[in-house]
Design a protein around this ligand. Structure first.
Ligand code: NAD
Length: 363
């Protein structure tokens, strides 16, 4: 069976790293990697070859792969080159483009996207969203610290005392908790807020103060937050306004699955912020938590820098690729039986949830 890995045209990460490739080749699989696939993650073709892979041109990879890995889906034109019955495994959402869906169906391909992974304990080791959110949370604080015209830690010097920076984290999920931990390590005073009540304990265990806004609609079944009522969002807005006005750095990470991100920093909150303060908005790709966020841009408003960056994880390609690779390999192990052959068990809820197109079985 040829397991193949494509180079990402618009992303410095690569779906599999040599360490994972070595595991696959040792288990007897043939692994093909597109030439130059790891270049931007500092992983050379030679490193993949040492791990037992062959490197090939993109067209040959697309034509020969029986299992094809990539982070983003290739174009519909490229998918036309795939052999009938091939299995595609994408790290990110592939279903946004109906053309990909159409071509995959027409060609009899079976496709999975880990974007739709269920939030269950069993699926945790494959959870690319958590892996990437964790990197984004960590990097958001480093970006903020580099842009802030102040120190993060308390400093007592002969020239006087510098108080610690105040960091407010809105949304204490995977990214938010990592941001809290990183900001604490840098010595900042950290406050955090989330609509899910379970986060209070996690926030406090990291040494941050939890900002309380009672009365949220907290559905604990899916792992994702629910969209909140207008009345709740208004109460939340009023409560966090004071905290925003005192903050030097605001990291926003609040997302609601499948919906536009809630606005948590509106015009009034922005006007109350101190000049020189910094917002890093991790919800930028879904509309942003700050009313003036623009994805992939830094907007300066009244001396406040608003950084909208949805590529923080991609821009740490070495470790991001390592984590993706491990997540994808865990997923692959679900699809392969003891004899090393593809065996898709459609009773498995993980396969069912992640499949976006399935080869039609003809009698
Ligand atoms: P996410 O990226 O969807 O959202 C980020 C955070 O924003 C969440 O904590 C959410 O509660 C919060 N939020 C939403 N609306 C808000 C609002 N109006 N104000 C303030 N905060 C708001 O979520 P995530 O970070 O990926 O994960 C959330 C939870 O799911 C975490 O507890 C995580 O541990 C859990 N999780 C479990 C699994 C698993 O079991 N396989 C996998 C991933 C995440």
């Amino acid at each position: 069976m040829i397991i193949a890995i494509l180079k990402e045209p618009k992303d410095p990460r690569v779906a599999m790293v040599p360490k994972t490739v070595q595991r696959l080749t040792k288990a007897g699989h043939t692994v093909w990697v597109e030439s130059g696939a790891g270049d931007t993650a500092y992983l050379s073709d030679a490193a993949f070859q040492e791990a037992g892979a062959e490197t090939h041109a993109r067209t040959d990879i697309l034509k020969s792969a029986e299992v094809l890995f990539s982070i983003q889906a290739p174009s519909p034109e490229e998918l036309q080159l795939c052999q009938t019955g091939a299995t595609l495994i994408f790290a990110e959402s592939a279903v946004d483009d109906p053309e990909i869906q159409r071509v995959a169906e027409e060609k009899g391909l079976t496709g999975f996207t880990l974007y739709n992974l269920p939030r269950t304990t069993r699926a945790q080791a494959m959870d690319i969203l958590s892996s990437m959110a964790s990197i984004a949370g960590y990097r958001s604080v480093l970006v903020a610290a580099a842009k802030l015209p102040r120190y993060f830690p308390l400093l007592m010097t002969a020239a006087g005392t510098i108080p610690p920076a105040r960091v407010l984290v809105l949304g204490a999920g995977v990214a938010g908790l990592q941001a809290i931990a990183t900001a604490r390590r840098l010595g900042a005073r950290v406050e955090a807020f989330d609509v899910r009540k379970a986060t209070r304990e996690e926030v406090e265990s990291l040494g941050a103060k939890f900002v309380d806004v009672p009365g949220s609609d907290d559905d604990q079944t899916s792992g994702y937050a629910k969209e909140q009522s207008k009345a709740y969002l208004e109460r939340q807005r009023e409560t966090i306004l004071t905290h925003i006005s005192q903050a030097d750095v605001v990291i926003t990470t609040a997302q609601v699955r499948g919906r536009k991100a809630p606005i948590l920093v509106d015009e009034e909150a922005l006007n109350a912020m101190k000049p020189g303060s910094v917002i890093v908005d991790l919800a930028a790709s879904t509309g942003g938590n700050c009313v003036r966020t623009k994805d992939q841009e830094t907007v300066v408003y009244n001396g406040v820098q608003i950084i909208g960056d949805s590529s923080l994880a991609a821009n740490m390609p070495m470790d991001a690729s390592q984590l993706l690779s491990s997540n994808l390999n865990q997923f692959l192990s679900l699809l392969i039986n003891k004899e090393g052959e593809l065996h898709l068990n459609w009773e498995d809820e993980i396969l069912e949830a992640t499949c976006f197109t399935r080869k039609k079985i003809t009698a």
